[in-house]
Design a protein around this ligand. Structure first.
Ligand SMILES: [Mg+2]
Length: 273
């Protein structure tokens, strides 16, 4: 017989666990401690890059698998990679790719710009200083943030009305556009929800006796598929207190506060049981 349910938490970072402006997670410390005490897997599921997430994991004091670049790549340690096919080693990470590789995306964007004249600016069109300024990062942080393997963040410089045309053209290349807190992201047919499914499947294979239940937390449109995939969805209001994502998940709630304060409050509510 399967045991009592065991939670696995998937969380977005910017504007969710991290404050939109300061990137601080101070307001979430109580819940973070509880998660560590209860040994609940906490999986970052974000548009950030592999090394950005690894640095954050170290600062926050967690380890284990994580999802980078909007579900494009899942990274884990060797034990998790055992017997799995199509695993690539990048630095110290064992990686499984769900997304299209970056050179394909950049070629397509170059092509689209030539064909249509649509105006946009991606990370690869910017220098480190510019990325640092846009993200409120140090230059070192901006450098790590620019090391993309399967997605390109961009700012839209054309009429908002032409975004639809851009999306349509991207589909001709098998690419899609999603909107995060700060940037649009161009990527393959990957999303945070597919990454959740892959990891939940892997966890249940590795620990067949456990009855896993997933919780997801996010604040942006790029979190919608993750929030629809998990057993319990928690919508975090945006920094301006607006709700920016509307999942169809019947098991959903909205946090009372934006960012890490709302993250903390919602999880303390669930984990008290
Ligand atoms: Mg976010």
């Amino acid at each position: 017989m399967k045991q009592v349910k065991k939670y696995i938490i998937f969380t977005d970072l910017d504007g969710t666990l991290l404050d939109h402006d300061t990137y601080s997670w101070d307001a979430a410390k109580t819940a973070l401690k509880k998660i560590k005490d209860k040994q609940i897997p906490l999986i970052f599921n974000t548009s950030k890059t592999l090394d950005e997430i690894k640095n954050l994991q170290e600062k926050i004091g967690i380890n284990g698998p994580f999802v980078a670049e909007n579900g494009g790549v899942i990274a884990f340690k060797e034990d998790f990679a055992k017997d799995r096919k199509n695993i690539k080693k990048i630095g110290e990470h064992y990686c499984f790719f769900l997304g299209k590789e970056i050179h394909f995306i950049l070629d397509a964007l170059h092509d689209i710009r030539q064909r249509t004249g649509l105006k946009f600016k991606g990370f690869h069109d910017m220098d480190t200083k510019e990325i640092a300024k846009l993200c409120n990062f140090s230059e070192e942080e901006a450098k790590i943030s620019a090391q993309r393997t399967c997605s390109e963040p961009l700012i839209w410089l054309d009429d908002e009305i032409k975004v639809g045309e851009f999306i349509h053209i991207l589909t001709q290349y098998g690419l899609r556009l999603t909107k995060g807190g700060r940037f649009y992201h161009v990527m393959g047919d990957n999303d945070k929800g597919r990454a959740v499914r892959w990891l939940m499947h892997t966890y249940s294979q590795l620990f067949p006796m456990e009855n896993f239940q997933s919780i997801g937390l996010g604040d942006g449109e790029n979190d919608r598929r993750m929030l629809n995939t998990v057993d319990y969805a928690i919508v975090i209001p945006s920094f301006d207190k607006q709700i920016k994502v509307f999942p169809d998940n019947p098991n959903k709630s909205v946090a009372k506060f934006p960012g890490p304060k709302g993250w903390n409050q919602s999880l303390m509510e669930i984990l008290k049981y």
